[in-house]
Design a protein around this ligand. Sequence first.
Ligand code: TXA
Ligand code: MG
Length: 342
Amino acid sequence: MKTEQIVLTGEGDDQIFRRAGQILRDGGLVAFPTETVYGLGANALDPNAAEKIFAAKGRPADNPLIVHVADPRDAEEFAVTTPAYYRLAAHFMPGPITIILDKKTLVPDSVTGGLNTVAVRCPAHPAARRLIQAAGVPIAAPSANLSGSPSPTTAAHVAADLSGRVDMILDGGECSIGVESTVIRLTKKGCTLLRPGEVLPRELAAFVEEVMVSPAVLDPDAAGDKPQSPGMKYRHYAPKTKLILVEDTASFVDFVNRQEQDCGVLAYTEDMERFAGRKVMDLGKKEDPAGQMHNLFRILREADNMQVPVIYAPLPPKTDEYLALYNRIIRAAGCEVIKGWT
Ligand code: TXA
Ligand code: MG
């Protein structure tokens, strides 16, 4: 298949969106930018179209897709909306949050991986919104990477993974957030956080009585065989090069300088100059979790270019602000953490 890649310029793109919308209505695949990461879209109400996503990504069939809408109310067509959904939607949508609701029969099993629930997201990125509107149908879209590799934050990342496997890639520049949406499941008393993202637990707590954090957020092994959010059970985001996290971040520089001379390092900006002769990549400023998160997926993609046998990185704290970073990097490292070496 030939993949058409188109750079979006803004106002004059009507014709492009009309064509992209037509591709989606015809059962094709269109990759597009969102404020979090690039998505790989298909008509969410067309079982064959949704199945093409799994084939293009090499994604396990039991890992369900998020359904994207232009307006939170559009979810009523295919999901059982509740007062809590609308309360959260009024504050957080459009934006980087995904809410799991009971599904209606209209959603094909191929989209939900056979679950009786469906994930709903209303993205804020103008190109994503125009695409959904142009398609006139809800859009099922996972991150637009090959299954297991880091989520794409530029159109070049998408093309590297999916060129020849999708009909069209819309290039809207770099994603502003750089990590996927916060995923929550509504419960009787509040919600359970299944995947951390830019919307933090304490922000959710202002709108619901109780916010539980699923054990799998911090510990991939806790996901077991039947995780609440199936995507959290797979080894994910991993570079080909071995990545090892170091828990004692205060002495991270000393630790790395005692390791093999040819190792690589993901370092805080402030420490970049302190690693004698090692190959260093800039993770972002120490007290800037949003900046680190913005960089992480790009760095994980570039890590293999360092051509080193092993890369060390500091283990982030488990606090609210760093939860998304911790959750992604621990999976990228296959849970390999060095503890208490000093
Ligand atoms: O920011 C995002 O959410 C991006 C952009 C493209 O919108 N999308 C994204 O999709 O990250 P994906 O497929 O890479 O991740 C979806 C996550 C997976 O962990 C999946 O298991 C979970 O959401 N999920 C989807 N439907 C679910 C459901 N019904 N119940 C529980 N978890 C669900
Ligand atoms: Mg993904």
